[in-house]
Design a protein around this ligand. Sequence first.
Ligand code: IPT
Length: 942
Amino acid sequence: MRLLAVALVLLGSLAATTPVVAAPAAETGGRHEVSYDRYSLMVDGERVMLWSGEFHYFRLPSPELWRDILEKIRAAGFTGVSLYFHWGYHSPSPGVYDFTGVRDVDRLLRMADELGLYVVARPGPYINAETSGGGFPAWLKTVEGRARSSDPGYRAAYTEWLGHLNPIIARHQVSRGGSVIAYNVENEYAVNVDAAYMEDLQRQARDAGIDVPIVHNNCCGGNLANWSSGKGAVQIPGVDDYPQSFDCHNPDAWGPWGDGVTRRLRDDAPVYAAEYQAGAIDLNNAGYDKCRELTGPSYMKVFYKNNAIASGATMFGYYMTFGGTSWGWLPQPNDVYTSYDYGSAITESRQLTAKYDEFKRQGYFMTTVAPLTKTDAATAPVPADPAVLARARANPDTGTQFVLVRQADLAGAADLSTTLDWTTPDGRYQVPVRVNGRDAKILVAGYDLGGQRLAWSSSEVLTHVTVSGRDVAVLYGRDGEQGSTVLRYDSAPTVQVLDGEVRHSYEDGDLRLDYRHTGLARVLVTGGGRQPLLLMLGTDETAARFWRQDTSAGPVLVRGASLVRSAEVRGDRLALRADTDRASDVEVFAPVRHLTVGGRPVPVRRTPSGSLLGSLPGPEQVRLPALTNWRHRAEPPGFDESGWTTADKTTTASPIKPKTLPVLYADEYGHHNGNVWYRGRFTATGAEKTVSVNAITGRRGIYLVWLNGRYLGSAPGGTQADSEPVNPDPGRGDFAVPEGLLSAGQQATLTVLVENMGHNDDWTADDVRHKQPRGLFGVAVEGSTAPISWQIRGSLPTDGERGPMNTGGLYGERAGWHLPGDGGGWQNTPGELTPGVSWYRTTFRLDLPRGHDVSLGLRFDDTTDRDYRVLVFVNGWNMGQYLNGVGPQREFVLPAGVLRDHNTLTFAVISTEAAQGDPGPVSLVTLGNHRTGAGADREPRR
Ligand code: IPT
């Protein structure tokens, strides 16, 4: 009986830890085995804390800057990135796929490999992500069969996509020497679920050689399908959690959507916080700074730490870590506008924020303290004050304990101080703790910190490294708060306080340090039967000035610089690639005697701390040109050119049928992005009274109407974002026919310009939402029964290197007016705003300091009373749409790569009215300026 039980337990644990991949040993060159159990993922049997940040390559059309973002993510202590892949971004039309240039995801995965960042690959086919169609190509709207199901029409379509993408992902798996450690099928597939479809996605992945664990991000808890068991189940089901919701107008909110504790969904797999809120979409036009406040450091402290200890999760994906730009026609218009900054830790202009610092504090801890990768819930020490809540986990092998302290009332605002009666692995202690409102701490006890034994500390651990046989550790606490740390020694060690005020005492093997957190205190402990320890005791701020980087000689610490991208030990020299946004000290804790930064030697001296200290120059000033010499050109409203397509379809795959025939949905005629021109001809009777138009554009879209060349007016387009009830009369506009404009028997020409702001997503997996049309939905001329014969002219399928989502169907776009190169026809006379489309352009030269990373934006400063909108083209790249007087966005980030030394800036301006003057004033602005080591020699990690 007993034997059997033991055997079963063994079997159970074997099954759970059996590698998912059994790479033959002979072939392993750079290959590694990925496995997992209920605690964590493992690579070659070693536990991994997958602390990853979400990044969307498609929101940064500049591959060289992908590396910048990935380096910033890694430098914050993340061990991984979570990457959506966007089907529609790669596929202009059925059967056509492009993985080159800004769509070169092989290059993206290569970068992650080189940087040693694990990747959770998330290829959809559906991704949501507030992008047009939720990542579906718009041509899918014309495919029969319900999307996100096993319907054959849809299956054929996504089989194409996965057929292209899966092999790319497969060759970058950890099991093949790359860094893809998990594969995410579908996205929050929780309603209208179809298990056969989930199975097929997994089968296709396996058939393509995907052998890493398959995961899913389950939505919203509750009783929705979560794919943890039964048909279609995945190996590691995760949970998406957005406890702060998305109301950025209310940045003081505190968990309106719950306490964000990630549920365990399977006993044999790690707890996976697949998408954990790290910012917010700006649903209600509050501006992203407010979203950054809503999800700021206090929220991160309380919710992230609470979750880590309450759930024991070891797999995390923070959504978003860098949001980026929904350039071109990438936005899903019902939720977002051009900027997808997301209030994230790294801004849209690639700047590091206070949230980045908090990520770093938590990330360094999570990824330094290895016992965190295997913990069970444990009995927590009892705080003397019940208003303080303690929660604990412990590592069953090392005994190390992790105690979360926060206020029992999650929203509590008092400043509480109390004592924990804490039975640690090293004895029972009365540990003083303080938890202010909206703060939380994870305290550690019984931890082998390098060569030291940390009995407990009321300060938090940032990180520690061992340099030349000496431990260097950084602990921190809130500025002004008391802290105590107890370390164990065989005999009384020698304690030297090098900096700050730290009291120390030794009794029964315990070295106790007491101090107030302020600045950066330094204590050197030698003797006592252990290797030396340099202990630095900082505040949130001073702790965040440290950078930890791995080198071939082990991890090193750097203090100072605004970013340390990488570090390499070469003989007795440390080579850093680092940035500065001001002149600053640089201090390194590394087994070296010399320092170079960005390839240049930096004079250093040895400090009493045993570190090397030098100084780094700040950046030079940036001078930007004024934008002058604008030229102008009117777009012909297309009343009489030829080459239009006849629009005469009478059926559509969309479940939403048009109000009048023919079907005028732009997608039916292959025009999937941007503006579309329509021309309808009919024989007039002279009795026409009103032209009634229905057009669907998505939120904030408009359409303009002309009759026989006379401008009749404009109206907001419909959105139809909701599935139920379907609005029968979307985007309705009634335009009076001017007296005498039409005469009996003569041909009348109705011209309509309809904006397509992007496609609905398919969150509800029911087609009613995502197959909602764009373009004209119905047209009726009151007082006439004459048939209207329609023609349409819209976007070309793709704009070469800029891809399928860059360019719409304006006349000027089709003619290439948005592209660099003059082409003739531009006038020096300033343009007035006239109803319809007019084009403006200028050129400018940038002379930015070399060796600097300057982030630039374009700023609109007009008053908001005139009704116009601007498509911003930089060297042909559509960097977004400025809506004068609508929404909060006035600045558009222009990434290097799109920007060059010589630039052509072109505006397509759509105005609904005649108004004085052009869209002025517009200027270039500096959004960040760093002297950078980005371009210095890099050395691949693996
Ligand atoms: C979750 C999606 O998975 C993700 O793609 C993105 O849309 C995110 O939300 C919001 O930015 S959906 C969840 C909020 C129900």
